[in-house]
Design a protein around this ligand. Structure first.
Ligand SMILES: NC(=O)c1ccc[n+]([C@@H]2O[C@H](COP(=O)([O-])OP(=O)(O)OC[C@H]3O[C@@H](n4cnc5c(N)ncnc54)[C@H](O)[C@@H]3O)[C@@H](O)[C@H]2O)c1
Length: 393
């Protein structure tokens, strides 16, 4: 379904009619998960909000005020026991994702798991084995993929307008002092290669295909150090794909932002047929157009030149993507992701990034982390073997 079908002009978001076989979702972790509840309640046809779970009574109370009819609990097992919950959406801190996925699979639920899917090799191995054995489906909610400019960029790539990608350049840059204050686990229990770099590294994997080798560098910003961040919070990652294409990803989580010059997430694709740039969150998509041969008076043709087009959806899309704020967070892309998954559950068909691709992207993040620590390039194949993924050519 296209963006225009979702958002007619600039009118406020209208909740779509619920599919007769729509599936109930229980959301675990009601901070960012509350945005998912809002997305499910107002923008999804194939899934609907059924339950919410958080250890914090305050978080439950805040969600209950907005959606009083849902089932709420601080006990995850109690939510898993609910028959109306067919899908669990996991929005707990990174290090807990594996345990929460395993318990959802054991309870016979399908899973939406926020990024990163997991943050350790042992966890990757376990969730992959459990998912295959349980036969349940999982989507990694890599939200950036589902933001309008990135969807358009992907569609153009799939139509062949960019050609074979020769170089992909991605970044996610965001000053995170507010995040450490809100979520101290970000400094102590994970690594920015998983927490932040999951966006640009997923974008590289998505467009370049399987990655063969990674070479990365990391450092710690002064601001990150002041919060006691455990790993690096500044990363540069170079990748080589199995087909020989190159990519790089950059992340800085202690910087002073300059969003007018550089949006916090961007993906630039340099292809054999064209070049394109997708931006979060100014909601712009900039791309070349194919040369149009120009007829000459003598009957011949001039070859024409590449054009440059800027598509700007900020005003048309702000209600859907930002909940009517100027630059809010995540409502639209969470809905696009969840609804695509719900539709795939009801109608069948693929929907990604799925569990196998999510584990592969985890391996890419882990390879970058190891490379930055050892100052050596890291091959992906041994990591794939160690978690039980199929071998890549
Ligand atoms: N773009 C995106 O998709 C996006 C954006 C932000 C955060 N995230 C991801 O979402 C996850 C959560 O991030 P956040 O910013 O909401 O963190 P947060 O610390 O603000 O919130 C986590 C919530 O989980 C609850 N919780 C913790 N353990 C629990 C348990 N065992 N059972 C029930 N509730 C539990 C906490 O009480 C808290 O309310 C992280 O993995 C983060 O990477 C994704």
């Amino acid at each position: 379904m296209s963006f225009i079908e979702h958002i007619p002009g600039t009118r406020p978001v209208v909740t779509p009619a619920r599919h007769p076989r729509a599936i109930g979702v229980g959301v675990l972790g009601l901070h960012e998960g509350r945005t998912m509840l809002a997305a499910l309640a107002t923008r999804c046809a194939h899934l609907y909000p059924a339950a919410g779970c958080d250890l914090s009574e305050d978080k439950i109370a805040a969600s209950r005020r907005e959606w009083p009819d849902l089932f709420y609990t601080s006990d995850y097992d109690a939510m898993l026991a609910r028959a109306e919950v067919g899908v669990v959406a996991i929005y707990t801190p990174d290090a807990q994702h594996a345990d929460h996925i395993l318990r959802a699979f054991r309870a016979g639920k399908d899973v939406i798991c926020t990024k990163p899917l997991v943050n350790s090799l042992d966890a990757a191995r376990e969730v992959l084995r459990a998912g295959r054995a349980a036969g349940r489906r999982l989507i990694v909610a890599q939200s950036t993929r589902f933001f309008e400019p990135f969807r358009r960029q992907r569609d153009a790539f799939e139509r062949g307008e960019i050609g074979a990608i020769e170089l992909a350049d991605a970044h996610y840059i965001h000053r995170m002092d507010w995040y450490y204050r809100k979520s101290p686990w970000a400094a102590a229990e994970t690594d920015w290669i998983f927490l932040g770099l999951s966006h640009p590294l997923d974008l590289l994997r998505w467009h370049l295909g399987p990655i063969k080798r990674v070479s990365a560098m990391g450092s710690r910003s002064r601001m990150g150090g002041s919060f006691g961040v455990r790993g690096f919070d500044v990363y540069l990652v170079n990748v080589e794909s199995a087909s020989g294409a190159l990519g790089r990803a950059m992340g800085h989580y202690g910087c002073h932002e300059l969003p007018r010059a550089r949006n916090c997430i961007e993906l630039m694709l340099y292809g054999s047929e064209g070049t394109s740039l997708a931006q979060y969150h100014d909601m712009r998509y900039v791309h070349t157009t194919r040369p149009e041969p120009q007829p000459r008076r003598d009957g011949g043709f001039d070859p024409g030149a590449l054009g440059e087009v800027v598509e700007d959806f900020l005003y048309a899309g702000r209600h859907f993507y930002f909940n009517s704020e100027v630059h809010g967070m995540h409502f639209g892309e969470f809905a696009n992701c969840a609804d695509a998954f719900g539709r795939a559950l009801i109608e069948g068909g693929p929907c990604g990034p799925d569990l196998e691709e999510g584990v592969e992207t985890f391996c890419l993040m882990e390879a970058a982390r190891q490379s930055a620590l050892t100052h050596q390039p890291v091959e992906l194949e041994p990591l794939h073997d160690s978690v039980g993924l199929r071998r890549e050519d």
